[in-house]
Design a protein. Structure first.
Length: 93
């Protein structure tokens, strides 16, 4: 019973810290001519099919507002499971 409580508390702490870290990383830099940017969008097991496209669309809108254009989206698959996407942007001239 104590192990289950410990694991639950550890998981909740990890999830809260990871969401805090991802919030800080959400700041999109202003594009400068000739610049390129590749980011990794992690896909959690919970939101693979329902939220991945929505999150990617939001990312694209945020980057477009700062002068970036999408040039490539590559899925990252590990052991046959989708883990996330590498998204590459370039600065719009």
């Amino acid at each position: 019973m104590r192990l289950r409580v410990f694991l639950s508390v550890t998981l909740i702490t990890f999830l809260s810290l990871s969401s805090t870290v991802s919030m800080a990383k959400d700041e999109v830099p202003q594009a400068t001519p000739g610049a390129g940017l590749t980011i990794y969008m992690d896909i959690s097991a919970v939101g693979k099919t329902t939220r991945a496209a929505e999150r990617m669309t939001t990312l694209h809108k945020q980057h477009q507002a700062k002068g970036w254009k999408v040039i490539d989206v590559d899925p990252y698959v590990e052991d046959g499971d989708l883990q996330g996407f590498f998204i590459t942007y370039v600065a719009v001239d």
